[in-house]
Design a protein around this ligand. Structure first.
Ligand SMILES: [Zn+2]
Ligand SMILES: [Zn+2]
Length: 267
């Protein structure tokens, strides 16, 4: 790792990125935890996809591995920024280079690229040969909490961090646009692991249900360890026929439940 020694900015940059990524993760996952596991734990329970809360030990494991992932993301992120400064990626620093329309377009492009990268790397990690080494730790959360969002083995953290160089190599992107893309990423990731289905019941039987992914999709993936490999959209899973056969009915079952004490008006 010659670059680590030859470039004095590396450690400073990696430190700043660790703080950025760590604070953003703590805020988003912490807020989800506060709402779903403390304040509204009972009020929202009818929307809890798995009707139980995990043991403290499980949450502790998720937290420990999340810290390790934040460090690895920061190292890969800092290497990507340095590569950008050397002109080896398509990152740009002057907003006027590509205009405001592309600034927004680059965020959309990063989302589409990440969705494909996640789906295919996730399927690869489920191949028996790689699962134990790379991905099993994430699946120890069979009833995930918001803190499972970054609970990866160090090997998987490297795989997940590939989004930094892949996006920077493929897409002309400003660091601030990348930051906004990361806000989108952490929002979806935390919502997918918090364990509550917040979408309306009609979603699954509308066209949106064919395109958008839901927390039910990913929680079912944690529960059954097969099918539902997608991230933001349900497009790859539908295209490749990898949705879990119970997915749509599970969504309907969860969203049909009534809050405790409510009376059904259905005939
Ligand atoms: Zn998986
Ligand atoms: Zn997961």
């Amino acid at each position: 790792m010659e670059v680590l020694h030859s470039d004095p900015r590396f450690l400073k940059l990696a430190g700043q990125m660790a703080v950025d990524i760590g604070v953003r993760y703590s805020l988003f996952a912490g807020l989800a935890w506060l709402l779903g596991y403390a304040l509204f734990r009972q009020r929202w329970f009818h929307r809890k996809i798995i009707r139980a809360f995990p043991a403290t030990e499980d949450v502790r494991r998720e937290l420990v591995w999340s810290v390790s992932s934040v460090v690895i993301f920061a190292l890969v992120g800092a290497l990507t920024i340095l590569a950008g400064h050397h002109g080896w990626t398509q990152m740009y620093w002057k907003l006027s280079d590509h205009g405001s329309l592309w600034f927004v377009g680059s965020i959309a492009a990063a989302i589409v690229v990440h969705d494909a990268l996640f789906y295919w790397s996730h399927r690869w990690m489920h191949r028996p040969r790689w699962f134990r080494l790379v991905h099993r730790l994430h699946h120890e959360s069979d009833n995930p909490t918001p803190w499972a969002a970054y609970a990866f083995s160090p090997f998987e953290a490297v795989v997940q961090a590939l989004v930094f160089p892949v996006v920077a190599l493929l897409i002309p992107i400003h660091p601030f646009a990348f930051g906004l893309f990361m806000v989108w990423q952490i929002t979806f990731n935390v919502l997918g692991h918090t364990g509550y289905e917040f979408h309306p019941r009609w979603l699954m039987d509308s066209r949106w249900g064919r395109y958008l992914n839901t927390p039910t999709n990913h929680v079912l993936h944690h529960e059954r360890i097969r099918g539902n490999y997608g991230l933001y959209f349900n497009i790859w899973d539908r295209w490749m026929g990898t949705n879990h056969p119970e997915y749509e009915n599970r969504f309907r079952e969860v969203t049909r439940r009534l809050p405790e004490g409510a009376v059904s008006h259905e005939s």
